[in-house]
Design a protein around this ligand. Structure first.
Ligand code: KIV
Ligand code: ZN
Length: 524
């Protein structure tokens, strides 16, 4: 029995660390996952899906440690519909203050065909696996993957079986982003109205963004009776991504008049976590992205600027402060000291230790020498690349590039590889090509360049460029990032950063232990 205020509360289930991390190239390190989980817990996210424990040793370790460090959030792990997955998941989450097992199976005709199960056989498997999970943990979530393309009668039947077997949350995934708002609401309403036992469980919605409707579909599902929204920070996720956490939370806050449900999320923490996830995942936020994009609160045209000066509400439906923007972006300069930098970092939400501050300060001074004003975004870009460089196998010592009209570019690169100094000169089709060739001459490797992306962090020709480089080798994908006022230097550092991460992953994974090696066929 729930009271009125519980009925109006929508639980936020964040899956940045599981579904989000599944985006090719968005791999996060162990420490980065712990940091993001801490931020999610702090901001009041109800449930954190911390990973897929059986997928790899790394995933297992991350979920276990997130579980141990958890405070208020429920910590959930994902498991396929088999006992080994479920047992491993339980082992990882069991030390959380509030653990949850999330088990799933593909129920649509296309997904039933892969393991070649009849409807009855699949129903039996659901009964067995959900019962098994419930015997281990009293908080069990079950998902019929590709629910929105499953025959509705069959969906009602299997949801009933899962509830009888002990599931406490029933998640209805729109796995391929196929549904539309009206259908999303109708489907949830039908399940709640017709499935016996539906009033004993919470219905959840999990929407992908293939048609750009994920947030609208999730909110429509809430109108239909769902009380848990699954989402990711910045909408990170497979293909076009998932429902974005910041969008649903702010939509429910700003349009409470027509969507009378609320969440427990502290919205002032949104901007900080968005920036951290962009940094650690290597997926920059598009400039015009709702809520968290660089331009979301920027006003360019004369009419808009004039309106804003007279009354901010003319062109803003929420205050920048509501999502954690200070509104001001006071630049620091080359005369600013360490205390001012520490203060600025604090305002931006970064608590750094003395060693890290020392490192950031050195980089800040170098940047301030080259650039008149150092803006908040510049500082955040500096924090991004202050991982302990001495721990890395490959380090750039110096880089000289000759380029221009009338001939190939030439790059002379000096690097330290496992402590040994090596120099190479290479030619290429432009300065970045020549530099990457020089890196490969010094450190031959089979990694394939999947993505090379450059963004100017702030305005002006002296702006810092952030460069993301995504590499793939034997199914392992890593992303490296760097920022510098020199685009070629940033490119070289980002490339080397991705190679260093690849080396770490190769060492950690050992033979055949990578998450991404789980095939589509196994996802049943
Ligand atoms: O999109 C999906 O169906 C999923 C499930 C595993 C819940 O992510
Ligand atoms: Zn998903």
């Amino acid at each position: 029995m729930t009271n009125a205020s519980e009925q109006d509360r929508v639980l936020i289930f964040d899956t940045t660390l599981r579904d989000g991390e599944q985006s090719p190239g968005a791999t996060m390190t162990h420490d980065e996952k712990l940091e993001i989980a801490g931020l999610l817990d702090d901001m009041g996210v109800d449930i954190i899906e911390a990973g897929f424990p059986i997928a790899s040793e790394g995933d297992f370790r991350a979920v276990s440690e997130i579980a141990k460090n958890s405070r208020n959030s429920v910590i959930c792990g994902l498991a396929r519909a088999n006992f080994a997955d479920i047992d491993r998941c339980w082992e990882a989450v069991r030390n959380a203050a509030k653990p949850r097992i999330h088990t799933f199976i593909g129920t649509s005709p296309l997904h039933r065909a892969i393991p070649n199960l009849t409807m009855d056989e699949m129903a039996e498997k659901i009964h067995e696996t959900v019962s098994h999970a419930r015997n281990l943990c009293d908080n069990v979530q079950w998902s019929p993957m590709d629910a929105t393309r499953t025959e509705w009668d069959y969906l009602c039947r299997v949801v009933e079986i899962a509830i009888k077997a002990g599931a406490t949350t029933i998640n209805i995934p729109d796995t391929v982003g196929y549904t539309a708002p009206e259908e999303s609401a109708t489907l949830i309403r039908k399940l709640i109205e017709t499935v016996p036992g539906a009033d004993e469980v919470i219905f959840a919605t999990h929407c992908h963004n293939d048609l750009g409707m994920a947030t609208a579909n999730a909110l429509a599902a809430v109108a239909g009776g769902a009380r848990q929204i699954e989402c990711t920070v910045n909408g990170l996720g497979e293909r076009a991504g998932n429902t974005a956490l910041e969008e649903v939370v702010m939509a429910l806050k700003v349009r409470h008049d027509i969507m009378p449900w609320s969440t427990g999320v502290d919205t002032t923490k949104i901007m900080h976590i968005s920036r951290r996830v962009a940094t650690v995942s290597g997926f920059p936020v598009q400039f015009n992205k709702a809520i968290v994009g660089k331009n979301a609160f920027a006003h360019e045209s004369g009419i808009h600027q004039d309106g804003m000066l007279k009354n901010k509400e003319t062109f803003e439906i929420m205050r920048p402060e509501d999502v954690g923007l200070t509104g001001s972006s006071l630049p620091l300069g080359k005369h600013s000291g360490r205390a001012a930098l520490r203060d600025k970092l604090k305002q931006l939400g970064y608590e750094v230790g003395d060693n890290q501050l020392k490192d950031i300060f050195v980089r800040f001074k170098a940047l301030a020498d080259r650039k008149k004003e150092v803006y908040d975004d510049d500082i955040m870009a500096l924090v991004t690349v202050t991982a302990d460089p001495s721990a890395e196998r490959l380090q750039i010592v110096s880089l000289k590039v000759l380029c221009g009209t009338g001939g190939p570019a030439e790059a002379t690169l000096e690097m330290e590889v496992d402590g040994k100094d090596v120099i190479a000169t290479e030619h290429g089709d432009g300065p970045v090509d020549a530099t990457f060739k020089a890196v490969r001459a010094i450190y031959p490797n089979a990694a394939r360049l999947q993505l090379y992306q450059v963004h100017a962090v702030t305005e002006g020709t002296d702006a810092q460029a952030t460069v993301s480089v995504r590499l793939e080798e034997d199914g392992m994908i890593t992303t490296g990032q760097s920022a510098d006022t020199d685009t070629v230097v940033a490119s070289a550092r980002a490339y080397v950063n991705a190679l260093n991460r690849l080396a770490v992953r190769r060492e950690k994974a050992g033979p055949g232990a990578d998450a991404r090696e789980i095939s589509y066929k196994d996802m049943s």
